[in-house]
Design a protein around this ligand. Structure first.
Ligand code: HEM
Length: 130
């Protein structure tokens, strides 16, 4: 018999926080170009102050997108313009993000995150001429 884990059927800030944490645990578990960028900026200890701050910022960011939450006040494009990003890294980022989302949210809700991530990644690449 096949058992499946119950997926989230609604989006709230608590499960967004779990999703963000799962995504970065996934990234830190890899040794690829995307994980190298994160390790170089934030280190490899997800419990560090820097990482906890980043996870809080990203939780607010996704809560802004999916719940109209107003806590996020940053400028994602400016942040990424100062990172040494390449086109291939976006493909990698997207595939790891999709995997995380698909493992946690039912399809209809997962699409909200994935569609928006696609659009933002496209905007970043266009602005970086990648
Ligand atoms: C090649 C792919 C990507 C890499 C390697 C990457 C890497 C990073 C790193 C290292 C930071 C932290 C910078 C710092 O605090 O100094 C960051 C911040 C952030 N990233 Fe990405 N990122 C990527 C793509 C994306 C995408 C596609 C999104 C959105 C869908 C995104 C959303 C954000 C946000 C919201 C922040 C916080 C910006 C702020 O401080 O307000 N990133 N990213």
């Amino acid at each position: 018999m096949k058992f499946s884990v119950e997926k989230y059927k609604s989006i709230n800030s608590e499960n967004i926080n779990k999703m963000v944490l799962a995504f970065y645990m996934r990234i830190l578990g890899e040794d690829n170009d995307v994980s190298k960028i994160f390790v170089s900026k934030l280190g490899d200890d997800i419990n560090s102050e820097l990482w906890q701050e980043h996870i809080g910022i990203l939780t607010n960011f996704w809560a802004m997108i999916t719940l109209d939450d107003t806590a996020y006040t940053g400028n994602p494009l400016a942040t990424h313009l100062s990172l040494p990003l390449k086109k291939e890294m976006f493909g990698l980022w997207i595939s790891m993000f999709y995997e995380t989302i698909d493992s946690l949210y039912i399809d209809r809700l997962g699409s909200v995150f994935k569609n928006r991530a696609d659009i933002i990644a496209g905007n970043f690449m266009r602005n970086m001429r990648l």
